[in-house]
Design a binder for this molecule. Structure first.
Ligand SMILES: Cc1ncc(COP(=O)(O)O)c(C=O)c1O
Length: 476
């Protein structure tokens, strides 16, 4: 048997470059710290208590609030997952109706389940050429609230996993005109707002609650995140109560000091680090224009051409249609031949995540690998059919909570059309459910699952590990 620690140590000696989260990129020059055991304490005298902060932790969290221009900021050591659970519970009462983007992370669905909420979904527009989601349009939000005046909260994800940013300022204005809170899952946007090369963050745009995974796009330990609150639509006491419910009573001082150090780095050296980072990104994007078959999305051009509000340039999207490879083949090749581990793969693209902790050499390794692969492709190009990596419009027959509590049976997936789903089906990453319990299963969602399977993507959620049988509500 191999022990986890030994495997991790061996892996870091292999010099595989991380084009994935956490955003510290294992950059030990930037992230030096003493042996973590030396500072791993509990709530001893003089070190405050996260759940009732009044001293050093309060000061550090107030500093974070200042940095992001929020009224209050809370450290989270159970990731954005805990922030989403807290935010949704704070904005709703049991059984409320909520408006949520259907491309939300599974944590949002878990919160809907726990508070027995009735979700109304907003479906983001799909880019048919690239097969990815675009943003949520302000008019969509307005139309949905007008149609459903009992909505108690609006929640959307921006940026998406692929870096697509919605117009949060315009959406916040609409949502507030109905006196409803707007929650933004900005898990992928903790780095936004510090440099003008990146879009503004949702706190500055007026969202009431904003959740950031510090660990995804800034240099910080995995699990670290922030919950920001603004304004007075959401009851602050309720937020504090749920923070205690959804987080451990033994928050790690190693993780908390990791958040504090990360934000200190942004405050004290951010200008310089972001300048260097932008330079590396610009050089990368410029060089990627030389690719003949593989295509790297140019964030500025894409924003202009697609009509989206903005795109975060930190997400490098590498498309394979028009080349001789599919996404999975490119992803494997980058890892095996060029020692570059990317964040995510779909049938038609590979996603590389970058941050201020990436080195010039890291960017060079990626571009040189892509140019090399691209060059060797000449003469063997085939046109590929693009797989839409998007959620399917489906009818919600039962709420997720109601579906969970019904009698269920497991049937062959191809026989499940028209039945009500009893379990989730999703790809991880990104963790956006393709099927949610309570939804009517459609022909489209079944063929999408088959397509994902054929493409070699990792389907999760179904108890049947062969992904051949699905749990549905009722018995026949
Ligand atoms: C959009 C989005 N929201 C929330 C989460 C959960 O974040 P965490 O891993 O920090 O709990 C993720 C994780 O991938 C995500 O992609």
């Amino acid at each position: 048997m191999e022990y986890l620690y030994d495997k991790l140590v061996k892996y870091q000696e292999e010099d595989v470059y991380p084009m994935h989260m956490p955003g510290h990129k294992r950059n030990l020059e930037l992230m030096n710290m003493i042996n973590p055991y030396a500072i791993d304490i509990t709530e001893i005298d003089g070190f405050d208590n996260l759940h009732d902060a009044e001293d050093i932790l309060l000061e550090n969290m107030e500093e974070a609030a200042q940095l992001y221009h929020a009224t209050h900021t809370h450290y989270l050591i159970n990731g954005s997952t805990s922030g989403l659970l807290v935010a949704i519970a704070s904005c709703t009462n049991k059984g409320d109706t909520v408006l949520v983007a259907r491309n939300c992370h599974k944590a949002v669905y878990h919160a809907i389940f726990l508070n027995e909420l009735n979700p109304i979904y907003l479906y983001p527009e799909v880019d048919e050429e690239l097969g990815i989601h675009r943003g949520i349009a302000p008019e969509q939000v307005k139309e949905a609230i007008e149609k459903n005046p009992n909505i108690k909260m609006v929640l959307l994800t921006s940026p998406t996993y692929e870096g697509i940013v919605s117009d949060i300022r315009a959406i916040a204005e609409i949502v507030h005109s109905y006196n409803i809170p707007l929650v933004v899952d900005e898990a992928h946007g903790a780095h936004l707002g510090f440099d003008k090369a990146f879009p503004e963050n949702a706190v500055a745009c007026g969202a009431d609650l904003v959740i950031h995974s510090v660990h995804k796009t800034l240099p910080a330990f995995t699990q670290t995140a922030l919950l920001h609150s603004n304004g007075d639509i959401v009851d602050y006491d309720k937020i504090r109560m749920y923070l205690q419910i959804y987080q451990t009573s033994s928050p790690s001082y190693v993780l908390m000091s990791g958040i504090s150090n990360c934000l200190r780095l942004v405050k004290e050296q951010g200008a310089e680090l972001f300048k260097e980072y932008n330079k590396n990104l610009e050089t990368f994007y410029k060089a990627s224009e030389g690719l003949q078959h593989i295509r790297v999305i140019q964030p500025k051009d894409y924003t202009r051409a697609s009509g989206i509000y903005a795109m975060d340039p930190s997400k490098i999207l590498i498309f394979t249609h028009g080349s001789s490879l599919n996404g999975v083949e490119l992803y494997d090749m980058l890892r095996e031949r060029y020692k570059i581990q990317c964040e995510m793969v779909s049938k038609d693209y590979v996603l590389a995540m970058t941050s201020i902790a990436d080195t010039k050499e890291g960017f060079e390794r990626l571009i040189n690998a892509l140019l090399d692969i691209d060059k060797k492709m000449i003469g063997q190009i085939k046109k590929q059919h693009v797989m839409l990596f998007s959620v399917i419009d489906a009818t919600l027959v039962l709420t997720p909570y109601e579906a969970y509590n019904q009698r269920k049976e497991r049937i062959a997936i191809e026989n499940s059309v028209g039945r009500i789903a009893g379990e989730y089906v999703y790809l991880y990453p990104p963790g956006i459910p393709l099927i949610v319990p309570g939804e009517e299963i459609t022909k489209e969602s079944i063929s999408k699952i088959q397509e994902y399977k054929m493409a070699g993507l990792h389907i999760k959620g179904m108890k049947d590990s062969n992904n051949e049988k699905i749990l549905v509500v009722g018995e026949q």
